[in-house]
Design a protein around this ligand. Structure first.
Ligand code: PEP
Ligand code: MG
Length: 754
């Protein structure tokens, strides 16, 4: 059966009703009558979501009028609740036999057999459910379902406008938006309270009904053409190796932009009377519902791509720029995006950023590294966050626990404001320690150094009072670039780092790529086991040009100053010697050119491959210093992939096996063979750092945020008695999986502030 007059006529009539100067309830009552008659249905009812949870009957034609504002359904209850929960249309010719059917006697609906209900959607939220019912058994056509969905869009606008507030039967607001608490993965520490800024702002579609369908179709076609051209242009740019999206994402974009099914549905929606913008939104509502249910990661990605393309089309139609201009940023912005490139994050004014929430980004991803360097609290793995929030929503990001609160209620806001105050007080205490030397309670000097990788890390050096940059991860520059950084850009960076460090030393680590750190522009072979594959110094020795250019850049940058550099992932003493050979050639080359050399050059080895544990004396004699990469050393000693969530925390770093290995390494330093430092994550954790000091480590390099807490711990540490206890524990207690608890007891016994 076809609706008389079709959706176009209905939309036009509805628009007239919308403009009438009557009360909101009267308007709703007229609307349901109009829909029922247009759809040749005996019943049309509108249920609206209330802020306190249930869906309430707000208007009906055909059911008992007394039930309006009385009948409610919980989300998930009955057919209406099912539609709200799934955000999907439901058409039934025999509704009462559906397992979800729930009988509400006050409505008098038992005489109606056929049922068609659609969700009232706006953005990612379900604001209500619109239903038509027929007494006779009948099958609703695709066209009718579409028409009802289109009509629901107008109602969504009406609900979102706030016009229905105050109508609900209970003293509860209409749930235009609800507070939501979500949990994701913390990727950058800190606490942020602020307001949502969508990295890719959505276009708010306010005009739903078209004045002139022909003109609207033409607008749609023009926008599609322009959008396709912009995708093609992005692909061309990516061929040049310019910054931007990854090639396969772009190819997926291109496919969608030419997808016939999608384009047909857009055109049909416009033909039914919608504006081009509303048509995109209408088709997108279905994709969103699918996305929410989709668990297959590949299909999710494709649906996300579809969302991106739809967003591009909307911006094209609205004539708006796709990305927010940095100057439009409010001063307490929490950026929300599906994903974001590090370069995009760096474009924002840091002083206005309070946090970052992403749908996808690993803790080891580049964006996480940049967020940490900028000190922006960040949480990832929050599914559909960019659909859930709207521009300007109040939001809280907890980069410690991974919690994200959208539209937090006052009590949650107050609790977090208190938490933020406590944190700030602690930070103040740490800041006050900045110029206090890190000396244990019994007078042993400890070197606290900072890990860095970007120029934006450098101000932390003086802010934290760290003694030096103990690890500068040079690969970050390579990872952020779209092609191999040339000699001069490497030299510029290293010189700027040395300038920023002033008289504090910097230990540069040569390129540590491969494994999980891939360079998109470097052809790499699929490896079964990348962590055990062609990586770090192995690449450097096999492709000496790469390593030599980097060494040359460092030598030039350090002209007339001290240069410290170290090689990552060294597995044998011979590898180290070959690395030194390359450095010596570069030094000689520099001299030939008559360039000013560094005043001193020290070449160290990172100790992160267990094979060196049995060549400790030899590597100590060959290298000018050693630095333990405890992250990798743990990974290789225990055969656990550090990035694999299922196993990464299976073994404790405070286990007898690992601690005994560390003790042997520390002894090398104590015997005066060569200086030994440690630059893995454990150096930045108080209990671990106490243990390391007890084992004999005197120099620890850590993230900037850890310096304060570790210094506070150090100042409270009576090293000699703690050391005696820790060494005794390690000797006597070799069987357990973890010594964490007894170590904690030692700390407590000696009053160490953890
Ligand atoms: C380590 O492995 O401990 C280390 C400091 O290097 P990265 O974390 O960069 O591998
Ligand atoms: Mg490492």
């Amino acid at each position: 059966m076809r609706a008389p007059g079709g959706p176009r006529l209905l939309l036009r009539r509805l628009r007239e009703v919308m403009a009438e100067p009557v009360t909101a309830q009267a308007r709703l009552d007229r609307i349901v009558v109009l829909i029922a008659s247009n759809m040749v249905a005996e019943v049309c009812s509108l249920y609206v979501s209330r802020a306190d949870g249930p869906l309430e009957l707000f208007a009906t034609e055909g059911l008992n009028r007394e039930a309006v504002h009385q009948t409610t359904m919980r989300p998930g209850e009955g057919l209406v609740g099912l539609i709200a929960a799934t955000a999907e249309a439901l058409a039934l010719s025999d509704a009462q036999n559906h397992p979800a059917f729930s009988y509400k006697p006050e409505t008098g609906e038992e005489i109606y057999q056929s049922f068609l209900g659609v969700p009232v959607l706006r953005g990612g939220a379900t604001l209500g459910v619109l239903v038509v019912q027929n007494r006779a058994r009948r099958t609703y056509s695709e066209e009718e379902i579409e028409a009802l969905q289109t009509t629901a869009m107008l109602l969504a606008e009406m609900i979102a406008s706030g016009e229905l507030q105050g109508l609900a039967g209970q003293p509860s607001a209409v749930a235009v938006r609800k507070a939501v608490a979500l949990k994701g993965a913390p990727i950058a520490e800190g606490l942020g309270l602020g307001h949502v800024v969508l990295h890719q702002p959505r276009v708010v579609v306010s005009k739903i009904v078209a004045d002139d369908v022909g003109a609207e179709l033409a607008r749609l076609e023009t926008a599609i053409e322009a959008m396709r051209a912009s995708v093609d242009e992005m692909i061309d740019r990516s061929d040049d190796g310019a910054e931007g999206e990854h090639r396969d994402v772009l190819e997926a974009f291109r496919m969608i932009a030419h997808d016939r099914g999608w384009l047909r549905r857009l055109r049909e929606a416009v033909t039914s009377g919608l504006t081009a913008e509303a048509a995109v939104e209408r088709v997108q509502n279905d994709a969103r519902a699918k996305l929410q249910r989709q668990t297959d990661p590949y299909l999710r990605d494709r649906l996300h791509d579809l969302t991106d393309i739809a967003n591009r089309l909307l911006h094209q139609l609205a004539g708006q720029s796709l990305v927010l201009k940095p100057e439009e940023l409010p001063d307490n912005a929490i950026l929300v995006a599906r994903s974001m490139s590090p370069a995009a994050l760096l474009d924002y004014d840091r002083s206005r950023l309070r946090g970052l929430v992403l749908e996808e980004a690993g803790a080891a991803s580049h964006i996480a590294i940049v967020a940490r360097a900028l000190g922006v609290p960040a949480v990832s793995d929050i599914a559909n966050i960019s659909d859930i929030v709207e521009q300007g929503d109040a939001l809280i990001v907890d980069g410690v626990t991974g919690e994200v609160h959208v539209l937090p209620p006052p009590e949650v806001q107050a609790a977090y404001a208190e938490k933020a105050r406590l944190r700030a007080r602690k930070q103040d205490q740490y800041r006050a320690l900045r110029d206090t030397p890190a000396t244990t309670l019994d007078g042993a000097p400890i070197g606290l150094h900072m890990n860095a990788g970007l120029l934006i890390d450098m101000p932390h050096l003086s802010e934290t009072g760290a003694q030096s940059i103990g690890l500068f991860r040079t690969e970050l520059q390579f990872m952020l670039a779209s092609r191999f950084p040339r000699l001069d850009s490497q030299e510029t960076l290293y010189a700027a780092v040395l300038d920023a460090a002033g008289d504090k030393p910097v230990t540069f680590r040569t390129l540590d790529i491969g494994g999980d750190k891939r360079l998109p522009y470097m052809t790499s072979h699929e490896e079964e086991n990348p962590a055990l594959g062609w990586r770090a110094v192995r690449i450097g020795l096999d492709k000496p040009a790469l390593l030599r250019i980097q060494m040359r850049a460092m030598l030039r940058a350090a002209a007339g100053r001290k240069l410290r550099l170290m090689l990552p992932m060294v597995a044998t003493v011979d590898e180290f010697r070959r690395g030194r050979g390359l450095l010596e050639r570069e030094v000689a080359f520099l001299a030939q050119l008559g360039r000013i050399p560094p005043v001193s050059i020290q070449l160290g080895a990172m100790l992160e491959v267990p094979s060196l544990l049995w060549q400790l004396d030899e590597i100590a004699r060959a290298a000018d210093f050693l630095s333990v990469g405890s992250n990798d050393l743990m990974q290789y000693l225990y055969a656990v992939d550090r990035d694999n969530k299922r196993v990464a925390d299976r073994f404790d770093t405070m286990s007898p096996g690992f601690l005994r290995a560390l003790r042997r390494i520390a002894e090398v330093g104590e015997r005066g063979l060569t200086p030994v430092a440690l630059c893995g994550e454990i150096g930045g954790r108080p209990l671990e750092a106490m243990t390391l000091m007890a084992l004999g480590f005197r120099d620890l390099s850590m993230s900037a945020t850890a310096i304060g807490p570790i210094k506070a711990m150090t100042l409270s540490l009576p090293l000699a008695p703690v050391r005696a206890d820790v060494l005794a524990l390690l000797e006597q207690n070799g069987e357990g999986d973890s010594l964490r608890e007894p170590l904690r007891e030692i700390a407590e016994r000696h009053g160490v502030r953890l």
